[in-house]
Design a protein around this ligand. Structure first.
Ligand code: CS2
Ligand code: MN
Length: 355
């Protein structure tokens, strides 16, 4: 595996490449062209400039998170082929630039959903949190307003103001889309892009829905072992793969994370590893990465990744806000650096134990 950190680009991120370079054991970043909108073709010059900036800082661009999918593709409207063509052009350019891992998600309307971005924990750190009660009490159109005030002046991925201004319209688009339709549209998209992925050796890595159940009555399919294996079989090509995100699949306590990892051998191209602490099964908050701070056994998760021979990029996921840092919620420097170091420590121990 290659330890990485997510980085939003010098225009958007409070964390610098120099700081990332100084975290021991972190050799690459996962980035994106954060200013682009879903459906847009990425410019080759922009891709190369991003790559060069990262390499000049002594790091590698280990993959893209995310090239987002236009809603026309998710709902399967008549203009979807045009947007798929655009997506293919972006993939070709990424391939030509030597980038071989692309993370994306297939969530309708909302990307990840949280009801608080700064819940205070007993140690004074703040974290992202979710309560089903709060979601049930909320008008989805107000969802954006309710969290926008807590973004510390940053723009959070999936919650771009331009997109949220259209929430009503987006809900109408998905009116007739159920789980089966969403699966069919995802299959259609993957089948169309696979020849390009084969040609340029691009590993597509679908990120799970977060939380891993339906919110606001919208369909959500990338939520458990059964569904993700179904998707792997539907388009049975190794380039159709997975971002294994422990914090997203882990929202559903029925998901056995190490077992899921083992069942996805050969198809996990990217890993997000973080921990959650549950107060009730539908009220959870993000914890420090350490097993003892949350619910998941991080050793077992890393061991499962080791056992399947995982070689792709991995990153600590959301961190807590600690030491008075002001940054994008979940994406400060300090706690993610602690997370990376801890995960590297577990990995070293596992490797040495298996020698
Ligand atoms: C990320 C997601 O911050 C996060 O929760 O894990 O936003 C993720 O980047 C996207 O869903 C992937 O497309
Ligand atoms: Mn994730």
């Amino acid at each position: 595996m290659q330890m990485t950190l997510r980085w939003y680009g010098s225009k958007y991120d409070t964390v610098t490449l120099k700081q990332i370079r100084q975290i021991p054991g972190v050799t690459g970043v996962i980035s994106t062209l954060y200013g682009t909108i879903p459906g847009q073709v990425w410019e080759m010059d922009d891709i190369l400039a991003l790559k060069k900036e990262i390499e000049d800082a002594g790091l590698s661009l280990a993959g893209i998170e995310s090239v987002n999918i236009h809603d026309a593709i998710k709902v399967g409207s008549p203009d979807r082929d045009m947007y798929i063509d655009n997506y293919i052009t972006t993939l070709e350019r990424l391939g030509q630039a030597g980038i071989h891992m692309v993370c994306y998600n297939f969530m309708p309307v909302f990307d990840w959903t949280r009801t608080e971005l700064a819940r205070m924990r007993p140690d004074g750190s703040t974290v992202l949190a979710y309560t089903q009660k709060a979601v049930d009490a909320l008008d989805p159109e107000k969802m954006f307003d309710s969290i926008a005030g807590e973004m510390n002046g940053t723009v959070m991925p999936g919650w771009e103001p331009e997109r949220m201004a259209r929430v009503k319209e987006l809900f109408a688009l998905y009116k007739d889309v159920d789980d089966e339709k969403l699966f069919a549209n995802l299959k259609y998209f993957l089948e169309r892009i696979m020849p390009t992925c084969d040609k340029y050796d691009i590993n597509m890595a679908i990120h799970p829905d977060d939380p891993a159940w339906s919110v606001f009555g919208l369909p959500r399919i990338i939520i458990n072992k059964e569904n993700i294996l179904r998707l792997m079989q539907m388009v049975d090509n190794p380039h159709n793969g997975v971002t294994f995100c422990s914090g997203s699949y882990g929202t559903n306590l029925d998901n056995d994370l190490p077992d899921m990892i083992r069942s996805l051998k050969g198809r996990i191209h990217f890993a997000h590893v973080r921990n959650l602490k549950f107060n009730t099964p539908t009220d959870f908050e993000e914890a420090a990465h350490l097993s003892s701070d949350g619910t998941f056994d991080m050793y077992e998760i890393m061991l499962a990744l080791y056992d399947i021979g995982f070689t792709g990029p991995i990153r600590p996921d959301h961190g807590r806000m600690i030491w008075d840092e002001v940054a994008m919620p979940g994406y400060g420097l300090y706690d993610r650096a602690l997370g990376a170091t801890y995960l590297n420590g577990l990995w070293e121990a596992i490797e040495k134990q298996h020698r």
